[in-house]
Ligand binder design. Sequence first.
Ligand code: COA
Length: 393
Amino acid sequence: MTIRIRTLPGRAERVELLNARGRAVSWLTLVERRIYLAGRPVRTSGIGGVFTEPRYRRRGLMRRVVAAALERMRARRFPLSALFGITNFYDRFGFATVMFVEPDLRLYPNSRATRRVLSRVRTCRAEDRENFLALYRACAGGRTGACARGVTWPWKRRKGWRRVERAILAERDGRVTGYAFVNLERKPAPIAWREASLRFDTPSELAKGSVDIVEIEGRDADAIEALVRWCFRLAKRKNRGYVRLHVMPAHPAGALVRCLGGRVYLAASRAGGPMARVVDQGALLRAMAPGLAKRLKDAGARLPTGGLAIKTDLGSHTILAARGALRVEEGARQGAARIALDPSRLAQLAFGYRTAAELARADEARLSARARAACAALFPLQPDAHMSWADHF
Ligand SMILES: CC(C)(COP(=O)(O)OP(=O)(O)OC[C@H]1O[C@@H](n2cnc3c(N)ncnc32)[C@H](O)[C@@H]1OP(=O)(O)O)[C@@H](O)C(=O)NCCC(=O)NCCS
């Protein structure tokens, strides 16, 4: 069997394993994304469409395809790879869970407030592209796990599970102040944990299904509330039981749930869901360095004298202070404070999914005493880390 790499439209690549007759029997797709880590866009190779034909399964084919994909990423100098995975499969390839599984915040008609909202909501038109792109950048730009979007980002997706059915904008005093992408749930999303969580809703709410806000951003609370209310009106018209927000509780729209009452469902997978893997450790640390320098400054912290050496199976790198900025050097410098961990745990640190202290307590990292404060300042928890449904691959 041989590996073939084919280029697909939109800078995507298909890595395939061909059988003796030259037919693809196992494959995956690589898509290029820029994911914000420490507020900086990091070039990431996203893996999607992972499939082995049923009669070829459990023969190590996907193992070969993933190995070829990782080789390809190294050749193209990607610092990071990410995917949304089934449970207990991708950890064997060095991937670790780096974010919560798709968050699910629910608001019910009886939790609606009577406050007057001042923003007006209207449907999005093609010429609004710049508006919502600017809003996305202003509100989600830099948020851990979010994707950096360019002008070519196809916001009007009509097909597949990343579809956007309705795009709406909030305006106030002639200025666009927020937007939301809204879908009507046709059937519960194919995520097993969600089935389990549904037990907590009353049968009638369940049977009716939801209006789903798959993405929402607003410059202020009024814009967000106006958009959510628009969705309540849609829910009433379409006889849906509740409005579901796909945002983390720490997202500004999560404040509405805390204010009005509702339900918050979060699931953490041990080894599945949103996962990432470090491909090139030096490149990853260099890409994050300006953001890490800002974190240090904001926390009023300093690197230990001699720097911080990070050691994994992928190599050692030392982060050094260089006139207000940070520099990343190959190798572990003599006299540097040290942290040693598995590269999969480094991915969790980079996403702020787990802290260095937490990893040390669980015996998943070795941390010198001098490294503790610096690690805490460089890699704090990121409670709003999330990738929009519309950017999934
Ligand atoms: C998941 C899938 C891609 C695996 O392909 P495959 O060619 O059978 O995988 P391999 O034979 O290379 O398996 C590699 C390792 O994973 C294990 N494995 C295979 N399928 C697995 C599964 N579904 N869950 C957990 N482990 C699995 C194998 O036992 C093997 O372990 P080992 O190397 O320690 O012996 C294939 O079952 C498939 O196409 N499933 C349906 C689509 C799907 O779920 N895709 C993933 C979407 S995120």
